[in-house]
Design a protein around this ligand. Structure first.
Ligand code: ZN
Length: 245
């Protein structure tokens, strides 16, 4: 069987003060990528996270107060739908989207993927759609949503596994991919930056700081066994993964 492959899709960038994302940060501005990840599997194409909503290319009004903290850098055709098309994948096709969590920079692009089946943590989906603590409510666009509660084997063959990594939000999850080169965990916002695995400096905000540290510890243990951890917003790591691996 052919092992799944991972390609990083550039779905825009955001600029913000480093203190927005790191509890030891200052007022210096940093640029972070907003990725979606295309995971090609013999049983079907999977997208881990959907990135920004295309409307943010022209107006950040929908972000409300969050717009003060983030400058969105997003061109026309810069969201997940056109990016998938560039890879030869029909964004209106029967994709599977694994959603790490419901924040605007991970769920906004679902609008580009109207026929996708979404796999989300049940608590996460409820909290994000209700808007509880999310700043921007995630609209329910009528997708077929598989609401899971814990570890989930996407195709039943052990190559793609949703792993609970709560803390950043109540039901955050990551995706483990068994590639030909070994296991990779797409960590989403359980780990913003590669350095986070070493310095353990987390964002100033969290749904639950204790659970966030426990999730980070799980990622550290996985790394110690040789698993590659892919952070959610690490520019250097993202740039190294925009071709298929
Ligand atoms: Zn994020």
């Amino acid at each position: 069987m052919t092992a799944p492959t991972i390609t990083g899709l550039d779905c825009g960038w955001m600029r913000t003060q480093s203190r927005t994302l790191s509890s030891d940060g200052g007022r210096d501005e940093i640029a972070i990528p907003v990725p979606a990840w295309l995971v090609r599997h013999p049983a079907g194409d999977v997208v881990f996270d959907a990135g920004l909503h295309p409307d943010l290319a022209t107006s950040t009004e929908s972000l409300g107060a969050i717009a003060k903290a983030f400058t969105i850098v997003l061109g026309p055709n810069g969201t997940v739908g056109p990016r998938l098309a560039e890879q030869g994948v029909d964004p209106t096709g029967p994709l599977t989207v694994v959603l790490s969590h419901g924040h605007f920079d991970h769920a906004g692009g679902l609008v580009d993927l109207p026929n996708a089946r979404v796999i989300a943590n049940a608590d996460e989906w409820r909290a994000a759609v209700d808007g509880d603590g999310y700043g921007v409510t995630m609209p329910d666009l009528g997708h077929d949503v598989l609401r899971i509660d814990g570890v989930h084997d996407v195709f039943g063959d052990g190559t793609l596994t949703c792993l609970p990594t709560p803390g950043h939000t109540c039901g955050h999850q990551s995706l483990r991919v068994l590639t030909a080169d070994g296991p990779v965990i797409l960590a989403g916002d359980a780990c913003y930056f590669a350095r986070t695995l070493d310095d353990e400096v987390l964002p100033p905000f969290a749904h639950d700081h204790v659970r966030q540290l426990e999730s980070l510890a799980m990622l550290q243990r996985e790394r110690a066994t040789g698993t590659v951890i892919v952070p959610g917003h690490d520019a250097e790591m993202f740039n190294s993964m925009t071709s298929t691996r």
